[in-house]
Design a protein around this ligand. Sequence first.
Ligand code: ZN
Length: 168
Amino acid sequence: MTAKKIPIKVEDDVVVSIEYTLRLEDGDVIDSSEGREPLAYIQGKGQIVRGLERELYGMNVGDEKAVTVAPQEGYGQYDDERLQRVPRDSFPSDMELEEGLNVRMRDVSSGQLLDAYIEEVEDEAVTLDFNHPLAGETLFFDVKVVSLREASSDELDHGHAHDGNHGH
Ligand code: ZN
């Protein structure tokens, strides 16, 4: 029987658990693991923001780091082309339409479901914003690596960690 190798640093195919806080440029905390289980993910699978994942390589358990992620390595640049004006009657007449509301639209040509936010409501038309809500934002992470372990073969097949509230 061979002893299981315990990873000592963040590298590909390692299940990494991190505590983190995410702030925007204005200092507002918009996401945090505080009061929750640490976030567990498999390094190298693109499960977390690209610009953050890259900075975590080589970190050890207990290490902390402040990482600044530019929009192009976070949720993308804000793109005006992704604003779309649609007729008011594309929505059910009894649907309450208000700015900021998240709606799911089916793309007519591809059949794909797309998430959008209502940007503006007018009498005849509704402007939808298909940008990610964090598009164009520089992201400021404070992260701490709290544990490292090898991914199981199941986890590698599925492409995600089975820690925490992932249900199977
Ligand atoms: Zn799974």
